[in-house]
Design a protein around this ligand. Sequence first.
Ligand code: G3I
Ligand code: 9MR
Ligand code: ZN
Length: 547
Amino acid sequence: MARIFMNQVGFTPDSSKKAVLDFGGTEFQVLNSDGKSVYSGTVQHFGTDEISGEDVSVADFSDFKESGTFSISSNGASSTHFSICNNVYDKLMKDICKCFYYLRCGDALTKEYAGVYYHKPCHMTKATVYGEDTDPVDVTGGWHDAGDYGRYSTAGAVAVAHLLYGVRYFKNLLDVKFDIPKVKCDKGDLPDILAEVKVELDFLKKMQREDGSVWHKVTTFCHAPFLMPEDDKGELFLFHVSSLATADIAAVFALAYSIYKDYDAAYADSLLTASKKAYKWLKDNPDELLFFNAEGSNTGQYDEAEDISNRFWAAASLYEATGEKSYYEDILSQRDRLIDFDSKAQSKGYQGDVFTCLGWAEVAGLGSLSILLKGDDDELTRDIKKRFEGEADRLVANSGKNGFGLCMEAKDFIWGSNMELLKYLMILTVADAKIAHKDAYKEALQSGLDYLLGCNSMDVSYVTGNGEKAYKNPHLRPTAVDDIEEPWPGLVSGGPNVGLQDERAKEVPAGSAPMKCYLDHIDCYSLNEITIYWNSPLVFVMSGILA
Ligand code: G3I
Ligand code: 9MR
Ligand code: ZN
């Protein structure tokens, strides 16, 4: 059957607009809600590409700027409905922020704000320090990481970072209201985004030991079966500290300090003190302390190949927050170490320029975001700008290689491919807004968003509740057992993954193109899970688009 793929949410009037057809043709029409043709254009044949495996044509209607609800029709085939208007992404933005609230662990949900998605207090017991004969520790709170109920320091720090850099780069994020409980501060109420992030910051503070180091994660020994969080009664364990977690926490607390100081001075000071304490531990412990699961434990490992990018980020963030010279010297020495490591690494855990990598494992790009914020007129800052522009240009070149205008390559379709995309969109956002404005960046950004919201050969929107054909079966424990038809709106799926790394994923037809290695099935944790750090980069990107 002939299909028309497109962004199922829609467009702002002035943005580029296109649909992708999996058949040839000559003409297409834009139909209004009465089914009347309000615009017609000529279809351009693109051909077959490596990532979708489809022979596609493109219907470009960028110069159609009327507001309303429409669909595209060509050769008897029609698309889903979509909108064109200035506030077309308001619901999306609200939804993707509210998901963090639903993911809260502990006793923070109320029926008033969580509605049908309310759950009772969960994971309230103290956690045993694994392998040590010490008292159990209260580490309640924060956000569940994903479809599982683990809470992981590095993943949490990176998600918070995307949100807080979003605030620093694009102030409009402070105005987004998503219906969560108010939190008092020196100036009345905290903006919603800062109230929500504070939940995770408060938890991360509890993950820091007296000596400044940070436990890598708190989870049960193995993943719980599918049950509600309050029914997950397994013993909680704090697994050993890592220099990865310690550095990420030093970085994100310094970043948070520079924002919260305008709202709650005492709270901000406590974050800076904790950041410096973590940093001192790193200086006193220069050898990397990586992380591997305890024998027999199968919760998320979040293993990384080195801690250099993390130390780079910590130094950059503390330098940006304090302006102290010693951190600047550390940035330069970690930069040299990272360049050296990068040149020798056999298998790189990332694609592209390491200084533009934005998490969860490679975090040097987050350090770069701090350096750009500091805005010094020096070789370091010029080099970072050059790297972001170079990477953005590479992404634009990639987007010319397929009919979807998508900046991804076949090798990007790994576990969490939608995060690979969103990290790229963050780079394009930063390059366009802060380094070198180019129309091509804006277009690649829009095409990337279009892909996420339905302009892909799966014909699916990868954000729940947003788009007529949005996916509905995330690998997410509450959704699996709560008997509610629709999952929470606003959840970003991990997306296609050629690795097909779970049992159910083996049902994907052999030889499927990268873009089609996907199933909307609740069992598919390697294709269709959700995580805090897959939602957070979309919040950053949307802040840029709405700025
Ligand atoms: O680094 C390699 C790269 O060199 C190689 O080219 C590429 C292709 O195979 O793979 C890259 O490694 C991938 C790695 O993530 C880094 O991106 C692995 O294939 C991939 O299996 C691995 O997936 C991670 C997965 O855990 C398994 O470790 C996901 O990124 C990560 O998001 C996910 O995290 C889980 C947590 O453990 C538990 N909570 C849920 C969460 C989401 O599923
Ligand atoms: O639900 C878990 C998911 O969050 C993880 O990403 C995934 C890989 O660590 O593991 C999932 O849990 C599965 C477990 O590893 C094996 N038994 C089945 C579990 C749920 O399907
Ligand atoms: Zn919980």
